[in-house]
Write a protein that binds this ligand. Structure first.
Ligand code: C2E
Ligand code: CA
Ligand code: CA
Ligand code: CA
Length: 276
C-alpha cells in the first residue's frame, strides 16, 4: 500500500508538471497569436424580437491556431486573465470591433453598435478608462456605438468598480451587465450603477417557457429590471416558444442560436444586406 501511495504521488507530480508545461506552451502560443494575426472576431446579432431588426452585435473572440484549428475563448481566456495577457488582447478586441463597425458603416450597412466582453482583470488595470477613451478617439467613432459587457463579479470591489463605471458612462460608452443572475448581486444593488442593459443569463432562458420556478425568475428579472429603467436582453435563445414568452413579458431584445449563431464579419454583411 505504501509503494502504491508513492506511485500515486509521483504520478500526481508528473501530471502536474505536464499541466504546467502545457500552460506555458499555450501562453507562448497565445502571445504569438496576437503578433501573427491568428485572433479574429465573430459577431452575434442582437435582435428585436418583434421586428427582427438587428440592434447591434456582440464581438466574440476566436483563435485560428495553425495546427490545432479553431479555438474558442473558454479554452484560453482564463489563462490570459491569469497571466495578464487579457489586457493587450482586450485592447485589440475593442479596437478591431470598432474598426469593423466603421467599415460596415462605410459600406452603407448603417451604424452598427458593437458590444465587447470585458474581464474583471482588464478593469483592474489603472489605465483601462484612458485606454478605452484613446481607442474610441483613434478609430474616430461615437463612443455610444461601443458597449462594454461586464459581469456582476466587478461588484467584489464595489467602490472602485462604481467609480470606473461612472467614468466610462461620462465618456458616453454603453454599459451592460452580462450573465445576470449567475453572480451574487441583486438588481437592487445594481440600481445606482450607470448601466444601460441587463443580459439575462442563458441558464434562466433555457427553462422558458416551463412555468417552473425559473420561468418565474425570468419574469421577475424582467419586471424588476424594467422598473429600474434597465433594458433587458435575453441571451441563449434556442427555441421559438422562448421568444413568445419573452415578448409576452415585454423583453423585446434577444440573442441566441435560434436567431443567429455568431457570424464572421463577411457573414454579418450578408445578414444585414438581406434585411435592407
Ligand atoms: P458570453 O459573453 O456569455 O457569450 C455568449 C456565449 O454563448 C458565446 O460563446 C456564444 O457563442 C454562445 N451562445 C450564443 N447563443 C447561444 C445559444 O443559443 N446557445 C448556446 N449554447 N450558446 C450560445 P463563446 O463565443 O464561446 O464565448 C464564451 C465566453 O467567452 C463569452 O461568454 C465571454 O464570457 C468570453 N469571451 C468571448 N470573447 C471575449 C473577449 O473578447 N474578451 C473576454 N474577456 N471574454 C470573451
Ligand atoms: Ca457577453
Ligand atoms: Ca452572457
Ligand atoms: Ca457566459
Amino acid at each position: 500500500a505504501k509503494a502504491q501511495g508513492k506511485n500515486t504521488f509521483q504520478f500526481y507530480y508528473a501530471e502536474l508538471d505536464k499541466g504546467t508545461s502545457r500552460k506555458m506552451e499555450l501562453d507562448n502560443a497565445l502571445r504569438k497569436a496576437i503578433e501573427l494575426n491568428q485572433l479574429f472576431l465573430c459577431y452575434q446579432p442582437k435582435i428585436h424580437l418583434e421586428t427582427g431588426e438587428v440592434l447591434g452585435v456582440e464581438a466574440l473572440l476566436r483563435w485560428d491556431h495553425p495546427s490545432l484549428g479553431l479555438i474558442y475563448p473558454d479554452e484560453f481566456i482564463s489563462l490570459a486573465e491569469e497571466t495578464g495577457l487579457i489586457v493587450p488582447i482586450g485592447q485589440w478586441v475593442i479596437q478591431r470591433a470598432l474598426e469593423q463597425s466603421k467599415d460596415w458603416e462605410e459600406k452603407g450597412l448603417g451604424k452598427i453598435n458593437v458590444a465587447v466582453n470585458i474581464s474583471v482583470r482588464q478593469m483592474q488595470d489603472d489605465s483601462f478608462v484612458n485606454t478605452v477613451e484613446q481607442i474610441v478617439e483613434d478609430v474616430g467613432m461615437e463612443p455610444s456605438r461601443l458597449e462594454l459587457e461586464i459581469t456582476e463579479s466587478i461588484m467584489q470591489d464595489p467602490e472602485r468598480s462604481v467609480a470606473i463605471l461612472h467614468k466610462l458612462k461620462a465618456l458616453n460608452i454603453m454599459l451592460a451587465i452580462d450573465d445576470f443572475g449567475t453572480g451574487y448581486s441583486s438588481l437592487s444593488k445594481l440600481r445606482y450603477l450607470p448601466i444601460d442593459h441587463i443580459k439575462i443569463d442563458k441558464s434562466f432562458v433555457d427553462d422558458i417557457p416551463d412555468f417552473t420556478e425559473r420561468g418565474s425568475i425570468v419574469k421577475a428579472i424582467i419586471e424588476m429590471g424594467k422598473s429600474l429603467n434597465f433594458t433587458i436582453i435575453a441571451e441563449g435563445i434556442e427555441k421559438e416558444e422562448q421568444i413568445a414568452f419573452l415578448v409576452e413579458n415585454s423583453c423585446i431584445i434577444g440573442q441566441g442560436y435560434h436567431l443567429s449563431v455568431p457570424l464572421t464579419a463577411e457573414q454579418i454583411e450578408l445578414f444585414l444586406k438581406k434585411q435592407m
